[in-house]
Write a protein that binds this ligand. Structure first.
Ligand SMILES: C[S@@+](CC[C@H](N)C(=O)[O-])C[C@H]1O[C@@H](n2cnc3c(N)ncnc32)[C@H](O)[C@@H]1O
Length: 305
């Protein structure tokens, strides 16, 4: 059943139809949604399953767990997806027919000021997807060394004035602790070259990636997907920035995260997945018009060889 935009109050799913088609759902299959969020993709997967089908959904956010659909074919696992194989094993699942990962944060997380993700509101400098996690954006800006801060801004925000930002943060925190979004915004905005909104978005993205160790989780998760997929099983990855998309692309194309193919003991290249689409899939103009947050989405579909 097709839902209206207004019915997705938690998060409007991106590339919904295209990702479900990419999964090529078998009605009695076993599927995994690694990023449940508001459950928009999960609900569509369930619509494709019969009473023998099964869906395991991961999310590390308590708010996602509190929002889980009541459906006896759905099993929610409140864990980081970097543990996919371990938790599936716990449920005696060794092989699955398809896996979906819709990376990043949900609109619910963005639009809740206390979560500290958005530059649109003031709030605590938090940015944890797992609200029980040990590291917040506040602890990073107040305790990382100047070099560590510069690395975060350079590596995860692709900001070329990263050193200048790090030095200003170090200087400011020696006077007063940086506690809120507005504290950070008023400190860094004058240092941004060019478009201030874009610069702030890059700075916040970098901190968010560090707080949640997002790329580390993705690097651990991708090789496990190849291990748990059945032959002809499908992997669908939707990413929202080039650092994530590059990892997904490398893994699908070469079987390694670096993009440099590895040879096995016999000198053969081992590549567990093959790309279903040659080119990355992007949302249509129509979808972007309805949902501007879909703008940066890139989807890759792969099949287990
Ligand atoms: C873009 S939203 C997914 C939205 C979902 N597809 C929907 O239709 O509502 C991403 C979700 O994945 C979760 N998430 C991101 N990285 C995660 C990770 N490493 N482990 C578990 N959950 C993660 C976030 O907490 C967030 O709820």
């Amino acid at each position: 059943m097709k839902k209206n935009k207004e019915e997705y109050s938690y998060h409007l799913p991106v590339l919904l139809q295209e990702s479900i088609e990419g999964l090529n759902i078998k009605p009695d299959g076993v599927y995994v949604d690694l990023t449940y969020g508001g459950g928009g993709h999960s609900q569509k997967i369930l619509e494709g399953l019969n009473e023998n089908g099964k869906l395991f959904a991961f999310d590390q956010d308590l708010d996602a767990q509190n929002n889980v659909l009541a459906d006896n074919r759905l099993c929610f696992i409140k864990q980081n997806f970097k543990h996919i194989q371990r938790f599936l094993k716990l449920y005696k699942v060794l092989e699955v027919d398809g896996i979906l990962a819709d990376l990043g944060v949900s609109s619910h997380q963005f639009d809740t000021p206390q979560r500290g993700f958005s530059i649109r509101y003031d709030g605590p400098l938090d940015m944890r997807m797992d609200n029980t996690g040990p590291t917040t954006a506040q602890s990073i800006v107040n305790h990382y060394t100047e070099q560590e801060l510069a690395d975060v801004f350079y590596n995860y925000g692709e900001i070329n004035y990263a050193r200048k930002l790090a030095s200003a943060i170090k200087q400011q925190r020696s006077v007063a602790k940086i506690r809120t979004i507005n504290d950070l915004k008023s400190l860094v905005t004058p240092l941004i070259y060019g478009n201030k909104q874009k610069g702030l978005a890059q700075i916040f993205q970098a901190l968010r990636i560090e707080v949640n160790a997002e790329l580390d989780a993705l690097k651990l998760m991708l090789p496990q997907t190849a291990q748990v997929l059945k032959p002809q099983g499908r992997l669908v990855v939707i990413s929202y920035h080039s650092l994530e998309d590059r990892l997904a692309k490398n893994y699908i194309k070469s079987g390694t995260l670096s993009g440099i193919p590895d040879k096995d003991l016999y000198g053969r290249f081992s590549k567990p997945l093959k790309a279903v689409n040659k080119k990355v899939i992007r949302p249509s103009e129509h979808e972007i018009e309805l949902n501007p947050r879909a703008r940066s989405a890139r989807m890759r579909i792969a099949e287990k060889s």
